[in-house]
Design a protein around this ligand. Structure first.
Ligand code: JFZ
Length: 460
């Protein structure tokens, strides 16, 4: 009997190990024992909402960061913009306050985008903030201010660098066309990439040691010069420097296009990165949608800002699908974030000030998101986020083994009447909801909501 018990518990432990491995790939196939740091991942997921910041000398022209180099702006002109970059109105505390007022819990800054310009004073590059008229880096000030105001700080770092002499792809121009013929087994390219990888590691070590980021957000991994082996190697190098770092899946080659999910767990990375779209419901693999508040990543004059409704619904569709939202602004060349964008973010923060309980620290589900309703859960509660009025009666499938003790609107606490039947419940809704953009109904249960399986869109 005792032996059987041991046998069973060993099997359970093994199954758990296999399950957790399947859940988070961490270091990829080259590092089978390097799992995602679970505590860091939980803190990241609990945050749910962060500010992405795309910024650099290109904002002087209002064109897209990196992609306009050699297209809208001649290359030589682009590469010299930093000599005019003097953001005298940059104020780290204002940026962090903007994020906090929006209800955001973390910030990710483009410390170096594909154009290769470093926003800090880097000892490994002269193409950096220290050599602008402004004369000093801005990453440290932002990192310090984040710490002060209780916001997690992350750094975006592009793997491709279309400016660096050792990086063998220069885009967009003809050299790029030429180099697509080549590959990294070419001895000359191999040597360049070895030097370039060392450069990246040096810069990343510098960033980690000086600014202590909680996450690194890679990008630009899709070009041929970057390989699966290099990705896994970089991942394990960074975890070696700081074990509780979180690293997105763009460190390696496993990303499926703009959908952003990881193809297979042979690839390194701690979370998936859908871009400019809300990711599909997934409560097994961590993910974070990145999206612009307007059209462009970097600042552009009169860029069309998303409506308040679009902004809030995007956040709720994301958390309802069990993901994070990294919402992007591009500050102006003088260092300020545009007033229209600050105001829009504040509107999100105002909604969260009332309804934040239904967002922070929750997980998506149990209901699969629909256009009019998403759901989140935490402890003994389910939160139904109504994105439009679903009609007089809201009827939803529900496990009969769980009892709904009480239901009420999070905004104002008005109780709503619930009739629970065998495998469903019915809520009688008032003619108008407390908030026309999104109203949250709390269901208090007699059991933890985490135990409820995902409820497919069967009857609603
Ligand atoms: C990438 C960046 O290029 C972009 O500037 C921004 O930083 C975003 C978060 O990440 O997005 C991409 C990457 C590749 C393509 C388009 C956008 N592409 O190949 O068309």
């Amino acid at each position: 009997m005792k032996q059987i018990k041991i046998y069973i518990s060993v099997t359970v432990v093994l199954l758990l190990a296999v399950a957790s491995k399947a859940q988070q790939s961490g270091g990829g196939e080259a590092n089978p024992n390097l799992f995602t740091h679970q505590k860091a991942l939980k803190a990241f997921q609990d945050n749910r909402f962060g500010l992405f910041i795309h910024w650099g000398p290109v904002t002087l022209r209002g064109e897209e960061i990196s992609w306009s180099r050699g297209v809208q702006i001649p290359k030589k002109e682009y590469d010299n913009l930093y000599k005019e970059f003097n953001p005298v109105l940059f104020n780290a505390s204002d940026w962090v306050k903007t994020a906090r007022d929006a209800g955001m819990k973390y910030i990710v800054l483009t410390t170096r985008h594909h154009d290769g310009f470093s926003l800090w004073d880097s000892q490994y590059s002269d193409y950096d903030m220290a050599n602008t008229p402004y004369g000093k880096g801005i990453v440290g000030a932002l990192a310090d201010e984040c710490k002060k105001q209780g916001i997690d700080f992350g750094i975006y770092y592009s793997i491709c660098d279309w400016h660096h002499e050792d990086y063998p792809v220069e885009y967009p121009d003809q050299k790029y066309q030429f180099h697509t013929e080549k590959n990294i087994t070419d001895p000359e390219v191999k040597m360049q990439m070895d030097r370039y990888t060392l450069f990246m590691k040096n810069q990343l070590k510098e960033l980690i040691e000086n600014y202590d980021p909680s996450l690194i957000w890679f990008d630009g991994e899709w070009e041929w010069a970057w390989t699966h082996e290099m990705g896994m190697d970089l991942y394990s190098y960074l975890r070696g420097l700081k074990d509780d770092l979180l690293i997105n899946n763009r460190v390696d080659k496993g990303r499926q296009g703009m959908e952003g999910t990881t193809k297979s767990h042979i690839f390194a990375g701690d979370f998936a990165t859908p871009e400019q779209r809300v990711g599909s419901f997934d409560d097994k693999n961590a993910w974070e949608t990145c999206m612009t508040i307007a059209q462009q990543w970097a600042w552009k004059a009169n860029d069309k800002v998303k409506s308040k409704k679009e902004c809030i619904h995007t956040l709720l569709q994301t958390v309802g699908g069990d993901g994070n939202l990294l919402f992007n602004v591009g500050p102006m060349a003088d260092g300020r974030i545009e007033k229209r964008q600050v105001e829009r973010l504040k509107a999100m923060g105002d909604w969260l000030a009332i309804n934040g309980e239904a967002v922070y620290g929750t997980r998506g589900g149990p209901y699969q998101p629909t256009s009019y309703m998403v759901s989140t859960k935490k402890n003994n509660k389910i939160y139904l986020h109504l994105l439009s009025h679903p009609g007089k009666d809201l009827t939803l499938p529900f496990p009969k083994s769980i009892k709904i003790n009480k239901a009420y609107f999070l905004d104002g606490n008005a109780q709503v009447k619930v009739n629970q039947d065998k495998a469903s419940f019915d809520i009688n809704l008032p003619d108008s909801l407390p908030d026309e953009i999104a109203s949250v109904i709390v269901l208090e249960l007699n059991k933890p909501a985490a135990d409820i399986d995902v409820i497919e869109r069967l009857r609603y």
